[in-house]
Design a protein around this ligand. Structure first.
Ligand code: K1U
Ligand code: ZN
Length: 171
């Protein structure tokens, strides 16, 4: 396993649509494991491959609470097949926009089709934090950040703060 560096905005790879995975093989399984290690270390509850500079459609998620056993999910080529008309508002953060949070409105419930780490097709139904997180991660695969869902005023404020964070943390 390996912990990988996470890209911080602005970075053109975070604005690029990722390509589908052609075959779920040992390379993809290793990448998903490395992404989970990177996500747990950050710490975070999700991570998409473009955030580590890999433009492939792979996301990992674990929304288990502090007092629950880990529940890692590896989703390859995830697709939203249904979204509720009901919306929910949730506070979102992003490992590529450090220390920034904003309220984002999204469908309250989604169905997602994906391949698991064996390459088998699966479908999940998600509500609550899992619904928020899986939509946030699939957005990353399409080059979309949570700030693209908020007002231009809030977005520009956040992007300016992240630019300062990046300058202050440059090595
Ligand atoms: O994709 C990412 O950038 C990861 C992001 C996922 C996410 C969080 C909140 C709502 C929607 C999507 C994060 O994990 S931000 C960090 C975070 O949520 C967290 C940090 C410390 C403790 C617990 C959670
Ligand atoms: Zn993010």
């Amino acid at each position: 396993m390996a912990k990988l560096p996470i890209l911080i905005a602005p970075d053109s790879r975070l604005k690029t649509k990722a390509k589908p995975v052609a075959a779920v093989d040992d390379r993809v399984r290793q990448l998903a494991d490395d992404m989970l290690e990177t996500m747990y270390a950050a710490p975070g509850i999700g991570l998409a491959a473009p955030q580590i500079g890999v433009l492939e459609r792979i996301i990992v998620i674990d929304v288990a609470g502090k007092d629950e056993p880990p529940a890692p999910l590896r989703l390859i080529n995830p697709e939203i097949t249904w979204a509720s008309e009901d919306l929910q508002t949730a506070e979102e953060g992003c490992l590529s926009l450090p220390e920034q949070w904003a309220e984002v409105v999204r469908p309250a419930e989604v169905k997602v089709r994906y391949l698991d780490e064996t390459g088998a097709p699966q479908e999940m139904q998600a509500t609550g934090l899992l619904a928020t997180c899986v939509q946030h991660e699939i957005d990353h695969l399409n080059g979309v950040l949570f700030v693209d869902h908020i007002s231009a005023l809030r977005r520009n404020m956040i992007l300016r703060k992240v630019q300062k964070w990046k300058k202050d943390h440059a090595s």
